[in-house]
Design a protein around this ligand. Structure first.
Ligand code: HT9
Ligand code: FE2
Length: 426
């Protein structure tokens, strides 16, 4: 590492907000998924490398993929999202190409970064298909870019920044509001048709379970007191978002002439893995369904609040397993869509990009909860990696990913009149 690199700090203003800059490309970073039966095992090996997942769990998860032809919907979703985002940017007159790279399957992040550099890119802005704060959804992406830059020798040549975690951006939340209102209408209609109108229904917000230790470190800077009542920014973000969705949904059904009662809801977890003795966030969605049925609930609307797009965990854990649990318990069931390629979500991604660009800048940072808007630049040590720190980009303490030449030699993506001559620290 050169002196200039180690002393380049991300130009952060207040509250982790970064000065708008000139970028020459967008990096859409995602998880990746298999695209056929032959991909399943190699993909699972990529995901679990060094993560201590028991073999039995891998075997079990491989069946979820096998049952779907070995194909996860996530890559197709991302191709459509990339196309949608490119169209949205170009409709705004913004000539930023959208490059796609995955953590666990082709196109892999290191190859995408290598190709970007060879094509003349010098400063990318990353947007991930992951909205909340925790190791898996934030730092792991930052580390994978950091490692890729180090391994390809591109650190100091290709800069990569990252947009804020966008869990409470209105364009991410609004598709859930629409979906939850529709879901409640469907489930209520089903109960009416069954001759049991006014049966109690319940909304379940579902997200990925994570180890308790990761939950406690989520979004929390090193040494910082636990200032969230729930001890976890990951949990707090989901609860605040669930409350924001329900406030709007109840207002909508009041408009639709229903009595303005608050619909009961709760946050539940899915897709637990890891060793049984390690505590993870609970309750599991299937246990919660049993309990609700025991309390006399007759219908549920399941909202995949923790997920940006359809993938195997949505198809299997919700549409297969949770649905079967509901059938067994005699509960009416509806699963709300993920934001996926909803136009409001695509518009939001373009807005999130423009929050950070010197050209077409959007100064306003909308957030639907009191927790946001989240930080552009992660605070030191947040979302800790307990398996040994790796170089990570886009943190106040990052030692990789910043630019030494500050993009002055960009050969692509520059608007002809603005920013082609970008200078330091605008
Ligand atoms: C918080 C979170 C998100 C949401 C945020 C985000 O979207 O990024 C997420 C998304 C995803 N997780 C995915 C797949 C998997 N996750 C696994 C394992 C794990 N996930 C974890 C957390 C999360 N995961 C954790 C703590 C583990 C344990 C191992 C470890 O500590 O790292 C395993 C291993 C087998 C198993 O244990 O299930 C697989 C196959 C796919 C792709 C699915 C497809 O192919 O369609 C997606 C989008
Ligand atoms: Fe996962």
């Amino acid at each position: 590492m050169t002196d200039s690199q180690s002393t380049v700090l991300n130009p952060v203003t207040e509250a982790g907000r970064m000065e708008p800059r000139h970028y020459d490309g967008i990096l859409l970073a995602s998880f990746g998924g298999p695209e056929g039966q032959d991909d399943v095992i190699p993909f699972l090996r990529n995901v679990t490398r060094g993560r201590g997942i028991p073999d039995e769990r891998l075997e079990e998860v491989s069946h979820h993929y096998r049952a779907n032809g070995g194909i996860s919907p996530i890559n197709g979703q991302n191709r459509a999202l990339k196309a949608g985002l490119e169209a949205e940017l170009s409709a705004r007159g913004i000539s930023l190409p959208v490059l796609w790279g995955n953590r666990n399957w082709a196109p892999y992040i290191p190859q995408t970064l290598q190709g970007a550099y060879e094509d003349g890119h010098r400063r990318l802005l990353m947007i991930t298909t992951s909205a909340y704060s925790c190791y898996s959804s934030c730092r792991q992406y930052r580390e994978d870019i950091g490692m890729a830059l180090t391994d390809t020798g591109l650190d100091g040549k290709l800069a990569v920044d990252k947009v804020r975690q966008y869990f409470d951006h209105p364009g991410f939340v609004e598709p859930f509001i629409e979906g939850t209102a529709d879901g409640l209408a469907k489930v209520r209609a089903e109960l009416v048709a069954a001759g049991t109108p006014d049966s109690p229904v319940h909304v379940l917000f579902a997200t990925h379970s994570i180890p308790m230790r990761d939950a406690e470190a989520a979004g929390r800077s090193e040494g910082e007191p636990r200032h969230f009542a729930e001890d976890s920014a990951y949990v707090a973000q989901h609860l605040a978002n669930g409350a924001a969705v329900m406030a709007q949904v109840d207002a909508l059904s009041a408009d639709a002439g229903r009595k303005a009662a608050a619909t009961p809801w709760s946050l539940v977890y899915q897709s637990r893995s890891g060793a049984p003795h390690v505590p993870w966030l609970e309750p599991d969605i299937n246990d919660a369904l049993e309990e609700l049925a025991g309390q006399g609930i007759k219908g549920v609307v399941i909202v995949p609040l923790g997920f940006v797009t359809d993938h195997m965990e949505v198809l299997w854990d919700l549409d297969t397993e949770a649905r079967e649990t509901c059938e067994k318990l005699g509960l009416a069931f509806d699963r709300v869509p993920t934001p996926g390629t909803h136009q409001k979500f695509i518009t939001a991604l373009a807005d999130l990009i423009c929050e950070r660009t010197a050209e077409n800048n959007i100064a306003d940072r909308p957030a639907m909860t009191d927790l946001g808007p989240w930080y552009d630049v992660c605070r030191p040590g947040c979302c800790a990696n307990f398996r040994g720190a790796k170089p990570a980009i886009a943190g106040a303490d990052s030692t990789v990913g910043a630019d030494s030449t500050v993009g002055a030699d960009s050969t692509v993506g520059a608007d002809s009149t603005v920013g082609a001559d970008s200078t330091v620290g605008r």
